[in-house]
Design a binder for this molecule. Sequence first.
Ligand code: AHR
Length: 510
Amino acid sequence: MKKLSALVILFFLSLSIIHAQDEVNVVISPDGTETISRHIYGHFSEHLGHCIYGGYWVGEDSFIPNTNGIRNDVVEALRKINIPNLRWPGGCFADEYHWMDGIGPAEERPKMVNTHWGGVTEDNSFGTHEFMELCKQLDTEPVICGNVGSGTVKEMSQWVEYLNFEGISPMADLRRANGQDEAWGVKFWGVGNENWGCGGNMTAEFYADQYRRYATYARNYGENRLYKIAGGANSTDYNWTETLMKNIPHYMMQGISLHYYTTNWRDKGSATDFGDSLYFDVLRRCMDIENVLDRHIQIMDKYDPRKRVALVFDEWGTWYDVEPGTNPGFLFQQNSMRDAMVAGLTLNYLNERCDRVKMANIAQTINVLQALIFTEDEKMVLTPTYHIYEMYKVHHDATLLPVAFHSPEYRYGDRVLDAISISASRDSDGKIHISIVNIDPKKSHDLSIRIGEETGRGVTGRILTAEKINSHNTFAEPDNVVPTEFKGAKIKKGVVSVELPAMSVVVLEM
Ligand code: AHR
């Protein structure tokens, strides 16, 4: 009898061990020291395809409802996600843009060829004043990228004076003559873009010297302090970061940028016509972001252990083949549940590194690459990526809470990835938010979450999931992928149990 009960105990013990192994135990520290800058949730909009023209700008005479030429529906949608900043005018376009062509009476503005993006004629009807009006309507901070590749030091210097000088000066007078009395006080200033490529094909050493010249004459006016961002590396070009950190005095730059696109450059594939293998492959490439960020950060730590220079991840997102029948230079692609996964993962990775990463900008807000919004004439639709930004806005300026857990595997054939990513923060009201991504398209997981000694009074949540890995929204079917209430979380004696569905992004609030 004794022997039997010992066996029974052993049996149940082994069962509980198996259960404990199946359940993902998550421990969240109730205290944190770092703030997740809201600027990590920033955006990038270039003069490319229908991002600016048709996306934001329709002109005052358009039949599409607008305020001073800017679409009302788009402004309303972006205000809902508290868009914290907007990077403009490029991208590659920035290094062939001459800002003086975009001021003064619109009909007198010179035209140019947008050589990078489709070879179309740019009529400069959207320029500095229109961009600043857009930022005002969005209640967002402008991030302006100046021209180093084909512009002069004087040109950049004058743009800053035009934007920011209050007193009497040639540029401030010109601004006033164009209808803007007050200086705008622009803070975030990019000194060139991808200067290793479309921004001038420079070597890192040459760019570092150029940066020093251009940045010197981009002046601070009045109380306004420019936050200057050096044009950074292309994904794994660690030498670029090292050279800039070594050759540019830290007091001359507040940030150094980094671009990483989740793509297979040799065969980008379709945004919606893909199977399990390409789903896995895109998420694997997205997960490389952690390693790429960490290696750049290690280099920055070596030269700047006090973290005075921020890493600014100012272009990121998925890049697929353009939609069939569209202009290849316009980079228009659909956006599916797979993109929502990429957004959820990437934002979690950036939150986790918020001691060094102070700004990030997804490419690009409307109608281009991993867009949040599609427009066509008067129609507008929100993408799954938009919904991630809406769900994650709770992390803006919140305190990062360290998270520890061991992720279960997501297997595809003999390839393996971590299935789950988690990030947590506490906002200024004391509420805790936990964003959880389960990339496994077939397997759900049970989580048990402990947050120190916190007992918590209740837990609510929202979930983004879909029927298929390539589910997406269209003008005809705008609600295929939309967030809904999440009912799979319960709290008991301070432990939150979560039944996390396959292929889902969940944001919990405690
Ligand atoms: O976002 C599209 C392009 O990608 C940008 O113009 C450029 O900076 C990058 O190569």
